[in-house]
Design a protein around this ligand. Structure first.
Ligand code: FES
Length: 588
């Protein structure tokens, strides 16, 4: 008997019957010779390329490099598109469509004659969406991220994606720069291919894809225009061919230990608050619960090492030259599960034990961290019974314990209308409150949580205030911002009943977020609360509103969680069951 495993694609291309004729013949329409059907593993290249997703606009070139690697290793590459999610453009929010993209990825992988898949992503939501879809499909999968942009430059000054948009927007509103200068900065910021080059959500999620073990080591930090990005893509394609025959599958990589590694790495790099939602959602696809408390527990014993904006000084290009993610992984290796398997077939310990660091100001040693605790803290209390999050490394130390008067904005339109009103009754000690920015309320949980400081306070020199909401914020943002309050206002969470003038207590050291009203007053307000009008009654919007879970549950759809994984050949459930009864051999 042959020792070669039976390839999944053989059920399409290896048949001697009419169906085999059909599958091969129609594929030959693309100009492939008969030799490609002679037992070569079929490697799908799942491409989120789109001109509407500028961060992923170079992925066709990356896909060509992956194909080189697949052909050279004896595979048969087939590139396919899925929907793509361009962070700057999509309304109401790309988060509204992350689950839709994950379904597209999952079903395209499962429905087609693939033995393994290479996932190409970059922009914020494309990375978690592909990981969620690939985890649910559970065919051997390896990710190659698109890489960060080169750093922006304006008047000899290095400027970073997102973070400097918020900074210069405040400077403009305060009258400290002109409109002409603001326009000039616009052209100087995004000057190459790639995703945002701060440690925003994109750099965070691509780093965590590597920390989870789903990319080759060193993949996340290589700048997009660097030729080594294409070398990485070629190597990824070659490795995918090996994985097609011998695995591992995502369910063998994405273990509880792998998620704990990713949570610690997120703390060490000062990663985006959005990472919590995405990691919870990816784990949910494998039937794993990641309670918010786990993020807080692991962050408390993980040093913050990456001196990269918005929590630090440098940009992703500097981070790469300093050693990139491997250098961070090496520093925190004693805290990681070093035995966790990665897609190259080696363990985390094997991959990162010898990683070098070339600049200790960019990547600090674990013994001399930027802060003893990294990551995102999780707050609970009468205002957030199921939790809320705050990123202390991007917040103001003097506001970590603060009680203030609530200034309430009922929704985002209300905020836009009134925040710069010179008559707004607000001072620097107030707590700004935004309602209806959550998964159902906005809908789609947009990145509205970094509420702008009112113009009149900016002109007084106020740079930060406590701001709270059920929304998310961009990973490139900074400030004392409490996010992801759960349950959200739109489902009757306590945020819904906050009124102007209420006292709100934020106590980060003790992880508390409280609305300081009496129990009687709380019950009186809850009794008269009414749910807001639904935004959609048809189409995807309706599906979203009917099935979206809350922030602490990862905002996945309830019916997508905990798919048990495993092979599902095309055809009806009956034919699938029959194959299982026939005990057809599995290559794994
Ligand atoms: Fe795509 Fe920032 S807009 S990563």
């Amino acid at each position: 008997m042959s020792k070669e495993p039976i390839l999944r694609s053989a059920d399409w291309f290896g048949r001697r019957d009419k169906l085999g004729f059909v599958h091969r013949s129609w594929m030959k329409a693309e100009g492939f010779s008969h030799s490609v059907f002679q037992g070569r593993p079929v490697v799908g290249i799942c491409n989120s390329w789109s001109e509407l997703t500028n961060c992923n606009a170079h992925l066709r070139q990356v896909a060509d490099a992956v194909k080189r690697g697949v052909w050279a290793a004896g595979g048969f590459p087939l590139e396919f598109p899925t929907i793509s999610l361009g962070e700057p453009f999509m309304r109401p929010s790309t988060m509204m469509f992350r689950n839709l993209m994950s379904m597209d990825v999952e079903e395209c992988i499962r429905a087609n004659p693939l033995d393994a898949v290479v996932l190409l992503c970059g922009c914020d939501k494309t990375t978690p969406a592909q990981l969620m879809g690939a985890a649910s499909a559970d065919l051997p999968a390896i990710m190659c991220t698109g890489g960060p942009m080169l750093k922006g430059m304006w008047q000899q000054r290095e400027i970073g994606s997102g973070s400097d948009v918020w900074h210069f927007w405040d400077e403009l509103r305060a009258g400290r720069i002109s409109e002409e200068e603001f326009q000039e900065i616009e052209s100087c910021m995004s000057r190459s291919h790639g995703h945002c080059m701060t440690m925003g959500t994109a750099s965070t999620m691509t780093s965590l894809a590597e920390a989870l073990g789903m990319t080759l080591p060193g993949c996340a930090s290589i700048p997009a225009p660097d030729s080594r990005r294409l070398v990485m893509a070629e190597m990824t394609g070659a490795r995918a061919v090996e994985m097609a025959r011998a695995g591992p599958r995502p369910s063998q990589i994405l273990t509880r230990q792998a998620f704990e590694n990713a949570i610690r790495v997120n703390a060490a790099i000062g990663g985006s608050t959005n990472a919590i939602i995405h990691l919870v959602a990816i784990a949910g696809r494998l039937g794993m619960e990641l309670p918010l408390g786990l993020f807080d527990d692991l962050a408390r014993s993980t040093p913050f090492l990456a001196n990269v904006r918005p929590s630090g000084k440098y940009l992703m290009e500097d981070f790469y030259y300093a050693g990139g993610l491997p250098a961070v992984m090496r520093e925190v290796l004693p805290l990681l599960h070093a035995g966790s398997l990665t897609v190259n077939g080696r363990t985390v310990g094997d991959n990162y034990r010898d990683a070098a660091c070339y600049n200790r100001d960019v990547i600090r040693p674990a013994a001399e961290p930027l802060a003893k605790e990294g990551g995102t803290v999780v707050l609970y209390g009468s205002l957030a019974p199921h939790g809320a999050v705050l990123k202390p490394t991007a917040a103001s130390p003097q506001l970590m314990q603060h009680t203030g008067r609530a200034v309430v904005f009922e929704d985002h339109d209300d905020l836009k209308e009134r925040v710069d009103d010179p008559h707004l009754d607000i001072d620097a000690d107030c707590v700004m409150v935004l309602k209806h920015g959550g998964p159902k309320g906005a809908p789609g949980m947009p990145e509205w949580g970094n509420l702008p400081i009112p113009a009149k306070l900016l002109k007084q020199g106020v740079e930060d205030m406590v701001r709270i909401s059920d929304a998310r914020m961009s990973g490139t943002s900074y400030g004392t911002v409490v996010l992801h309050i759960s349950p959200e206002a739109a489902v009757g969470g306590p945020l819904a009943i906050v009124e102007n003038g209420d006292r709100i207590e934020l106590d980060v050291p003790n992880r508390r977020l409280n609305l300081l009203i009496s129990e009687e007053e709380k019950q009186r307000r809850l009794a008269r609360w009414e749910p807001p009008v639904r935004h959609y009654d048809r189409g995807y919007g309706r599906l979203f509103l009917d099935h979206i879970l809350q922030a602490h549950e990862g905002c996945d759809f309830d019916f997508l969680r905990a798919y048990p994984g495993g092979e599902q050949l095309r055809g009806s459930p009956r034919s699938w069951k029959r194959r299982a009864q026939d005990k057809l051999p599995s290559p794994f």
